[in-house]
Design a protein around this ligand. Structure first.
Ligand code: ADP
Length: 587
């Protein structure tokens, strides 16, 4: 029956396991998240560095082009004589060729006032020739700082591009004009379209100038101040492009360059893992936005693994605790059992002792009638002797009186021996330390006690017992066994015509075997196995208790021997087997 305290304990353990489960899952989730984000961040950074490298090499290839061309003497000549038509045509063609060779988008020459004198695209409808670009910062930077770079949407073509400029100087070092190369970077952008994740390149104002998703282009990540806006308009940087905001909210900062953001992009609201990398030479920033699904899957598997480990641990602990408890209970019940067995054994021994005594008393009772008869004889003889002694005394024959008294003494001794023997036999606890006992002596005592019955029933006794049959035991108990066997034999022979009791004793290996055989017809086959059972008797009520053989069996066993039964041609044979002890030299 589970007690209340036990039930509380079970509930507590279940709660603890559950709490541990949640805790371990939470903790594993955190660890997984942190690790995955860090890994992610490193991966994304690697990817961005690759992109940055591509952009950088692309731009670097063209950075020196305007500076080299600026050294051309024809270019300087044209800047000094802008009206020279022939020279202008010639330069137009040359720029066209050089532009093709270099792989840039447009190559063109601007004079100090910002007017385009020659351009590689002079043949096309979108030719720059004649246009004034004095408002473009790359032009002004080249005038003041010798070179400039600038991303903008083409005013003439509407095509965005990166403008790299370099000043053209005369021998005196005066600036005559500016040479510009425009890179459209559209090819590069097209190449990125297939890449996973969203790639954004923002300029110094945090406006997306390039992206592998066209819809994300020309969105600003930071709010633009009015002043910036008016500057943008003045420089016509994004031409008529409609600038739109890209709203986003930070969810979690992972490290300096990466975070998780919720973004309201052109394709709806999504959570992204957002990594940044600055491109200092261009003053641009590269951004890589990735969907964090994979991370969630990763976290889930970490959590599951942690749950598994935790449950295994918890059950292992429970199992060990249970085993310890069971062991303790087992040990306790074993001790309890041992105590019980001891107590029962003690009780049994007492009961057995009682039984032995009871059986002995029963045998005594049976013998007492015969004994009374036996004592009666010497008593009668004694009385007659006394009478004749008196007569002899009267006649003064003192010699004959002395002889007669000697006979009287003999008779009295015989009676004393009989009664004395009975007394010892009736003592309750005769078993003492085992002594060395001679079987022929014990047998003599028993036969002496049964002598009256044997004689009155006219039984032939054939006795062959060697005087060196020494065994270890106590004579009283052994005598009890023999009296039992002999009494049973006499009982069995009561109705037989031949009454023969054969007793012999032989050495059989390490033991002595004392056999008591009778001519009483033996024991029925089906009873052979039962005769040693307590209360088994075939004798009429009042004559047999069925305890004699059971008690005898116990006694012989206690002395380290065995009691066995068999039938021979005339009757039953009981064999007492007892371990032999060697006769001492002095005896
Ligand atoms: P009890 O003598 O009180 O019946 P025992 O245990 O001494 O009890 O004997 C049990 C039974 O064994 C006897 O009733 C008898 O049937 C059988 N028995 C014992 N000894 C002999 C024998 N020598 N011959 C035939 N039967 C015997």
């Amino acid at each position: 029956m589970p007690t209340l305290a036990n039930r509380y304990r079970v509930v507590l353990i279940v709660l603890l396991i559950f709490a541990g489960l949640l805790l371990s899952m939470y903790w594993a989730g955190r660890v997984a998240e942190q690790r995955t984000w860090t890994e992610r961040s490193q991966e994304a950074r690697g990817q961005l560095e690759l992109y940055a490298q591509t952009i950088h090499t692309q731009v670097e290839r063209f950075r020196s082009v305007p500076a080299l061309l600026a050294l051309d003497s024809d270019i300087r000549k044209l800047l000094e004589n802008p009206g020279d038509r022939q020279l202008r045509n010639q330069l137009n063609r040359r720029l066209e060729r050089q532009n093709q060779a270099a792989g840039s988008s447009v190559l063109y020459l601007i004079d100090r006032q910002g007017n385009t004198l020659a351009a590689s695209n002079w043949r096309e409808w979108s030719s720059f020739v004649g246009y004034n670009y004095g408002f473009r910062p790359y032009f002004r930077d080249a005038l003041t700082q010798d070179s400039g770079h600038y991303f903008a949407v083409g005013v003439t073509t509407g095509i965005p591009g990166y403008f790299l400029s370099s000043s053209v100087k005369n021998a005196a070092g005066e600036v005559l004009g500016v040479l510009v190369v425009k890179l459209e970077l559209e090819d590069m952008q097209r190449e990125w379209v297939g890449q996973s994740g969203i790639l954004l390149i923002t300029d110094a104002l945090d406006i997306v100038i390039l992206s592998n998703r066209p819809a994300w282009r020309f969105r600003y990540l930071q709010p633009l101040s009015d002043e910036t806006r008016s500057q943008l308009v003045a420089a016509r940087r994004y031409a008529e492009q409609n600038l739109q905001p890209l709203h986003s909210r930070r969810l979690q900062r992972i490290d300096e360059d990466s975070e998780r953001r919720q973004v309201d992009g052109p394709d709806g609201r999504h959570n992204y893992f957002w990594q940044r990398l600055t491109l200092p030479s261009e003053n641009w920033t590269l951004h890589l936005l990735q969907e964090p699904q994979l991370v969630a899957a990763n976290i889930r598997s970490y959590r599951l693994a942690a749950a598994g480990v935790w449950m295994t641990l918890a059950f292992l602990l429970l199992y060990l605790a249970q085993r310890r408890k069971t062991r303790r209970v087992e040990q306790r019940s074993r001790q309890e059992l041992e105590r019980l067995v001891e107590a029962r054994t003690r009780e049994l021994r007492t009961a057995q002792d009682g039984l032995v005594h009871a059986a002995r008393m029963a045998a005594l009772g049976q013998m007492s009638a015969a004994l009374a008869h036996e004592i009666n004889q010497p008593l009668t003889a004694l009385r007659m002797q006394l009478a004749s002694q008196r007569l002899l005394l009267d006649s003064g024959r003192s010699e004959a009186v002395r002889e007669g008294l000697g006979q009287i003494e003999g008779l009295i001794e015989r009676m004393a021996a009989l009664t004395g023997h009975l007394k010892t036999f009736a003592r309750k606890n005769p078993a003492g330390l085992p002594q060395r006992v001679r079987l022929d002596e014990v047998l003599d005592q028993a036969l002496q006690l049964l002598g009256p019955r044997i004689r009155s029933e006219a039984v032939d006794v054939l006795c062959e017992v060697s005087p060196d049959a020494w065994v270890s035991g106590d004579s009283i108990r052994l005598e009890q066994v023999l009296i039992n066997l002999l009494n049973n034999a006499l009982d069995a022979m009561q109705s037989s015509s031949v009454r023969q009791l054969r007793i012999d004793c032989r050495r059989d290996g390490n033991e002595w075997r004392l056999s008591v055989a009778d001519s009483g017809g033996g024991i029925d086959r089906e009873h052979l196995d039962q005769v040693f059972e307590p209360f088994f008797t075939t004798k009429p009520v009042g004559q047999g208790l069925g305890l004699g053989l059971a008690v005898s069996y116990g006694i012989v066993r206690d002395l380290g021997g065995r009691l066995e039964v068999r039938n021979d041609a005339q009757g039953a044979v009981f064999d007492i087997r007892l371990p032999a002890v060697e006769a001492r030299a002095s005896e």
